[in-house]
Design a protein around this ligand. Sequence first.
Ligand SMILES: Nc1nc(=O)c2c([nH]1)NC[C@@H]1CN(c3ccc(C(=O)N[C@@H](CCC(=O)O)C(=O)O)cc3)CN21
Ligand SMILES: CC(C)C(=O)C(=O)O
Ligand SMILES: [Mg+2]
Length: 269
Amino acid sequence: MSIVSQKTTKHTILSIKKKKNNAPIVMITAYDALFASLFAPHADILLVGDSLQMSFGGQSDTLGATMDIMLYHTKAVCQGAPGALVVLDMPFGSYATPEIGLANAMRVYQESAATAVKIEGGKERAALISHLTCNGIAVMGHIGLLPQNVRAEGGYKVKGKDADQEAALIQDAKALEKAGVFCMVIEGVVSEVATKVAQSVNVPLIGIGAGNGVDGQVLVWSDAFGFFNEFKPKFVKRYLEGATLIEEAMATYAKEVTARQFPDATTSY
Ligand SMILES: Nc1nc(=O)c2c([nH]1)NC[C@@H]1CN(c3ccc(C(=O)N[C@@H](CCC(=O)O)C(=O)O)cc3)CN21
Ligand SMILES: CC(C)C(=O)C(=O)O
Ligand SMILES: [Mg+2]
């Protein structure tokens, strides 16, 4: 065996591409080693989303995430899930030009074990994405609702609501496919339109709020597992009432400390 061996992963860029018109792709966010280790056995892709700035940073949008923050969390995720295909979500401003984008994407490969980066944007990002893929970076695209445009657009707006938007989305998907993405996220798009977009390219489209006619699904884990009582957009399904479970456990701990029931003989030296 070589002293330099490639890490063995459950999935590669190629095996994800092959899932098109095959089994749907399971993607979920992960931001730390602990949860990454719990999700990895059941997921095809772990996304270190810049949504961490909202869900864990407590901010009202994702724009404050930086390369240093994303790399810190990506290293933790890779550490917790050594065989997983991990994707780092390139933060706002980190790919403003092809040169800046390549320098930052190179950092991802040099400083972490992530397999790919994700870039928000349609045909306006095709030149940048080509520049990355030509330089050996695996890129996941992201079209439709682009959270990094929230301030410029004045809110999170569902896309694909008229014929012009539908045509633009198909153009975006084709431009990204040509630029060499191995798959792309399609977010916040009318279901019938998202299905048509998925059928217009040969790489997988992974939906969030894009219906069931695409090639896979992604959710922010803390949404899917019910950790937010205030954030309940239509596309989220709660598979667990996480917040309730934690609140109940925390209340019990507090009650036992106050009542001097904890620690007892079994938990004391
Ligand atoms: N926790 C979390 N979950 C996410 O899915 C997520 C983030 N954070 N942060 C980054 C982006 C932001 N996302 C969002 C945020 C809000 C809406 C929202 O308010 N949607 C409206 C629909 C708006 C419309 O109809 O145009 C809704 O009521 O569902 C959607 C996506 C998705 N992403
Ligand atoms: C919602 C997903 C696709 C994302 O970009 C994130 O978690 O930041
Ligand atoms: Mg994101």
